[in-house]
Design a protein around this ligand. Structure first.
Ligand code: FMN
Length: 212
């Protein structure tokens, strides 16, 4: 019923449900870099964090820099993955090329110093701030990802920080402080194929319990 901010809950849920993981992306963006920057700034200006401690930091990389960025990731990942096996490298390499073929990257970081200071300021919850940081980061991620999808862009979420030398190379490329930790990486661009359908979900009988 209520339409605070002129958006109903159903409209907001419909908007949120439009967001998908989209992998075939073009090296173009019908949305300007300035607009994507504006979206990120809006999210940063209102998204929640525990005690409003604001541990989330974001980097936007676009156009030719996105290609250079992925070349950096690939160069750092190749020796590690080949060290595991040629098969692993052969399986991952085409995926990296797919991500490189997108238009832009949005990196979601956590400020380690902020997490540390939050634990000192709020001692009784100090043991929780690492987890709270993850929660806040995910909230920022979903808001940016959804907003991009409403602008007509496709995006997929990656975690190349799973390979430590890759995270180090990403940090160097982005020029972020040493205490930053990469939490997620959203590749985005114009969608190259039809927008995917929502994947199947578990029944509510398994995922929801109502106590009334
Ligand atoms: C916490 C989290 C981590 C994820 N990590 C990856 C990832 O590393 N690579 C990837 O391709 N997709 C990743 N995804 C995307 C999921 O695979 C995807 O959201 C899920 O299959 C549902 O599809 P949808 O995004 O279209 O709703 C991740 C999603 C979440 C929420």
């Amino acid at each position: 019923m209520g339409s605070v901010a002129n958006v109903s809950a159903d409209q907001w849920l419909a908007a949120a449900s439009h967001r998908r993981s989209v992998y075939p992306l073009k090296g173009t963006s019908s949305v300007s870099d300035a607009r994507v920057q504006e979206i990120i700034q809006k999210v940063l200006s209102f998204a929640p964090s525990s005690y409003n401690t604001q541990p989330v930091r974001i980097t936007l990389i676009t156009g030719p820099k996105h290609k250079q960025f992925w070349d950096t990731i690939i160069a750092a990942a190749e020796p590690v993955l080949k060290g595991i096996s040629e098969d692993v490298w052969n399986a991952m390499s085409p995926k990296f090329q797919l991500f490189k073929s997108a238009y832009g990257s949005i990196l979601f970081w956590e400020s380690g110093n902020t997490i540390k200071e939050s634990g000192e300021t709020h001692k009784s919850a100090a043991h929780m701030f690492a987890e709270f940081g993850d929660h806040a980061n995910g909230m920022h991620q979903i808001l940016v990802w959804t907003a991009l999808s409403l602008e007509g862009l496709g995006a997929n979420l990656q975690h190349l920080n799973a390979i430590p030398p890759v995270e180090a190379a990403i940090k160097k490329f982005a020029g972020v402080p040493e205490d930053y930790k990469l939490k997620a990486h959203l590749n985005y661009g114009d969608e190259a194929t039809e927008h995917p359908a929502t994947p199947g979900k578990l029944p509510f009988s398994e995922t929801l319990k109502v106590i009334s």
